[in-house]
Design a protein around this ligand. Structure first.
Ligand code: FAD
Length: 284
């Protein structure tokens, strides 16, 4: 398949990109790595008369770690995440999740910003960013604003980002404790049938804090406050894990598709959530 004809723009700075978005309105879309948008255009599921490439905008690049605060430019690629020793030292869960996205070719091009802005419930980074309680930084004609990852996703492909805004960066406090990103997929390179991001902190033999988020188990990523709360104050033993899984399952709403019926997805979800909790606790 080849996409419908489009005009290609390559602005050199953010204000030029925003001006192009304003000028062409509904006819324009930004493109980052293109590994979600180009397939949609080729399938003619998206028609974009004006494509605004963000590749030449340096302000959207770079990984910054200042004290406990981590900031990723929206154009940081999944490969750059994995390759950053500094980032892996403070937030290894990002590398564990990124390594489970597609294959090296996709990861060389696919960006964190594109993965988050896309709003595809199958994308791995949104649930992870909810687990980390990240903030998304947006810039538009009215100026800059930030939206919490846990408040960003409205429904499949619908987010709090306005059409004339660009996601510029993502920031979060470097997480403490044990981590795990567990993903079940049909084959290498596939999107998740179900995935879970878990962060746990330990005080002695007790869980002091817990954050649990899930991917592709609803039309938006799901951060389960209840599942985390169940674990806090426990020794994360068998019963606590079972209770946390039950709480997480109460928060999801999977639908039947070519990855299986609802009962199967709930079964897979229960298995990977339990695995992620157990692995995170082992690292805490
Ligand atoms: P693009 O495709 O360029 O853009 C995606 C959307 O986001 C577009 O609507 C675009 O307008 C918008 N956008 C991009 N950047 C910005 C920005 N800065 N501000 C505002 N809007 C923006 N992903 C997974 O998470 N897990 C997988 O298992 C997985 N498997 C894949 C397998 C294959 C074979 C392929 C081709 C892709 C797969 N992906 C997977 C998707 C891949 O990770 C994408 O690269 C990523 O989701 C989108 O990033 P991108 O930079 O390519 O965005």
């Amino acid at each position: 398949m080849i996409p419908a004809a489009f005009e290609y723009h390559r602005p050199g700075d953010l204000s030029s990109a925003l001006a192009l978005l304003q000028e062409h309105g509904d006819d324009a879309r930004v493109i980052a790595g293109g590994h979600s948008l180009i397939p949609m255009m080729k399938l003619r599921m998206a028609e974009v008369p004006h494509l605004i490439d963000l590749q030449a905008i340096d302000a959207l690049r770079g990984i910054t770690i200042e004290g406990p605060r981590v900031t990723l430019g929206a154009m940081v690629t999944q490969h750059e995440v994995i390759a950053s020793d500094a980032l892996m030292a403070v937030a290894p869960i990002l590398g564990e999740a990124a390594l489970q996205i597609a294959d090296p070719q996709v990861r060389y091009m696919g960006t964190i910003g594109g993965n988050l802005a896309n709003g595809d419930p199958g994308n791995d980074m949104p649930g992870l960013m909810q687990c980390l309680d990240a903030s998304f930084h947006l810039e538009g004609p009215e100026g800059a604003r930030s939206v919490m990852a846990r408040e960003f996703y409205e429904s499949a492909y619908m987010t709090a980002r306005a059409d004339d805004e660009i996601l510029t960066a993502i920031s979060f406090t470097a997480p403490r404790g044990g981590y795990a990103y567990e993903k079940q997929k049909r084959k290498i390179g596939d999107y998740a049938t179900a995935a879970a991001a878990v962060m746990l902190t330990r005080e002695g033999s007790t869980c002091a804090a817990a954050s649990i988020a899930m991917t592709n188990l609803s039309d938006v990523p799901v951060w389960s406050a209840a599942a985390g709360a169940v674990l806090v104050g426990t020794d994360v033993g068998k019963d606590a894990v079972k209770a946390a899984v039950a709480a997480a399952l109460a928060d999801i709403d999977p639908t039947e598709d070519n990855r299986g019926p609802v009962a199967f997805k709930r079964h897979v979800a229960a298995t990977i959530i339990a695995r992620a909790i157990t692995r995170a606790w082992g690292r805490a």
